[in-house]
Structures are given as C-alpha cells and as structure tokens.
Design a protein around this ligand. Structure first.
Ligand code: NI
Length: 157
C-alpha cells in the first residue's frame, strides 16, 4: 500500500470524465488499497480515483462506519433534500453549502466483482453524491446553494 498524491483544484484532470472499469485486475485492487490509505491519511470521508490522477470509475468512502469500495458506482434511487456544508480533499480550505438528496441508493461492483447495493442518508448520501460527481468532472463548488436554498433547507440546530 502507498499514499498517493492528491490532485488539487488547479489540476485539469479533476474536470475530466472517468471511464468504466472493465476488468478488476491487480492494478485496480492496488488502486483501491492506495486510495483507502490516502483517504485515511488525509482524514477524509471519501476519495475518487481521479483525485489521485486515475480516470477510472472507482471511489472509496468511510463516513465512520466502515470502508466502502465502489467500482463503476451508479445512483439508482434518490429521495428528499438536504442542505449542509461540504468540503473536498482536492480543494483544501474551501467549504460551501450544497443541496443534495437526503437519501440515495447506489449500485456498485465490489472488489470481488459482485454488484452490491448501498443505502445512505445524511452525510453518507452526501458522500455518495460528492464522490460520484468527481467521476463526471464535477466539483462541489459547481453546486453551491443559493442564499434562498440555504434558508429554506438548512437544518436548524
Ligand atoms: Ni471531493
């Protein structure tokens, strides 16, 4: 395992589309291992392969209840609305409110090549949406909530 270099906002690769994984080979397994190590070392809750310079549909997420490794992930259901503060390991120091679904269901291959369905609410739903956006070259700063949306949807604490 190795910690890989996280690309930051000025790197154009973050704006490119990632490609489907057609074969789960040793390179993909090493990528998954390295991405998890890189995410944990950076104290993040999610990382997409493009953030370490690999244009493949691979994502790792851990919002505190265990590591999820997602290959060729797709959102198959989404419901509700949430508005909360979001950041990104590729945009250090930046944070914005964004609008996301309150809950999502994601389908993805695991490292054994089996399709699995994951359900997430709150922070986990947000992480799924954020990381899957990376695979399309989209960053959270593209989705900043307006003042009106923040007032309407922000959770009162
Ligand atoms: Ni990010």
């Amino acid at each position: 395992m190795a910690i890989r270099n996280i690309r930051t906002e000025d790197d154009e690769i973050l704006r490119k589309n990632s490609r489907e994984v057609t074969e789960i080979n040793s390179r993909i397994l090493t990528l998954l291992d390295d991405m998890a190590e890189t995410m944990y070392a950076a104290d993040g809750v999610g990382l997409a392969a493009v953030q370490v310079g690999v244009l493949r549909n691979v994502v790792v997420i851990d919002v505190g209840d265990g590591l999820m490794e997602l290959i060729n992930p797709e959102i198959i259901e989404s419901d509700g609305v949430q508005c909360d503060v979001e950041g990104c390991l590729s945009l250090p120091g930046k944070q914005s409110y964004t609008i996301r679904p309150a809950s999502v269901k994601v389908k993805a291959l695991n490292r054994d090549g089996k399709w699995c369905v994951y359900k997430g609410e709150g922070l986990k739903a947000r992480a799924f949406c954020h990381e899957l956006d990376h695979l399309k070259g989209t960053l959270f700063i593209d989705k900043k909530a307006t003042k009106e949306e923040i007032e309407k949807y922000r959770k009162e604490d």
